[in-house]
Design a binder for this molecule. Structure first.
Ligand code: MG
Length: 303
């Protein structure tokens, strides 16, 4: 079991608290603690955040570049597994959003970014996709969709809840990535990308294991990297497009719910779900039912 400790500033700590807060009982000095699959994350008043478990590396890597200090050997990920000059190649990239959010869809996008159009993406501000506000995301996503080959798979909660009975979440993600990548390859044919980069969420072995039995498996020149958006703008562009579609779905679902639905899986999400249940609205239309939130809010209703 591995343990990684990051030291972060107050604003990042607050962001992490928002993401990881759960009703777990807190050890002394802690302000949040969350048990996820394969990793437990505990944040302390001092700014220390501890990641423990098999997936400590992968989870901590998401925050690594925002940390002040880290004891981890897993620094900002080395691009050792990517060919030299990768960031300047014509790459088809993919990313997804919505996996950690109780409300809303699982949205996966792939964007093809040919080498001669990379400067344009940079000029639009695609490089810093994580720092973009929602209105900026919308503006840039529209430009990407108008000028680049892309495909989006938006699994709304109803579809998601049906599929999650058959597949685990990581497998659903793998199937989604494979699907959107295949679609873009069809759209750009006979042109072929130099490489494909998937924003990594499981090991390559697991990814392809999840796809076994699928009729069409995209596997030539496929690379994986955590924080893939740092290694090619196509992944950053895909994350922007996925976010854009996700936000649109959240707007539509919020309208149907008659209340603004929050992103995330914390207390705010629980409170809104409780409201929907009290109004006898169909939770399965809005949320990912397999999240632990569902049991929690149902219990709260019956108290
Ligand atoms: Mg991702």
């Amino acid at each position: 079991m591995s343990t990684i400790v990051l030291k972060v500033k107050a604003d990042i700590l607050a962001k992490m608290k928002e993401k990881y807060e759960s009703p777990a009982s807190l050890p002394p000095g802690a302000i949040f603690k969350s048990k996820l699959a394969g990793v437990t994350v505990t944040g302390y008043h001092t700014g220390k955040v501890m990641f423990q478990g098999k997936k400590a590396d992968m989870e901590a890597a998401r925050w690594q570049n925002q940390a002040v200090v880290s004891n981890s050997s897993a620094k900002a990920p080395a691009a050792a597994n990517l060919p030299a000059g990768f960031s300047g190649m014509s790459v088809l990239g993919s990313d997804e959003v919505g996996t950690g959010s109780y409300f809303g869809p699982l949205t996966t996008a792939a964007v093809y970014a040919p080498h001669d159009k990379l400067t344009q993406l940079k000029e639009w501000g695609v490089q810093d996709s994580k720092k973009l506000s929602d209105p900026e995301i919308v503006k840039i996503a529209k430009k990407i969709c108008a000028n680049y080959s892309y495909h989006v798979l938006n699994l709304d909660p109803v579809d998601y809840n049906r599929l999650i009975q058959q597949y685990n979440q990581a497998q659903l993600k793998a199937l989604s990535h494979n699907f959107v990548l295949g679609k873009v390859l069809e759209k750009i044919a006979p042109q072929k990308p130099d490489a494909i980069l998937i924003d990594q969420f499981v090991s390559p072995t697991t990814y392809f294991k999840y796809l076994s039995g699928q009729p069409d498996i995209v596997k030539n020149h496929v690379y994986f990297h955590i924080q893939g958006e740092q290694y090619h703008l196509s992944v950053a562009a895909a994350s922007i497009v996925a976010r854009y579609y996700y936000l649109q779905s959240m707007d539509k679902l919020s309208e149907e719910a008659g209340i603004t639905l929050p992103i995330g899986a914390g207390n705010e999400a629980d409170q809104i779900a409780i409201k929907l249940l009290k109004r006898h609205q169909d939770l399965g239309h809005f949320v990912k039912l397999h999240f632990a939130n569902t049991q929690k809010v149902k219990q709260a209703i019956h108290q």
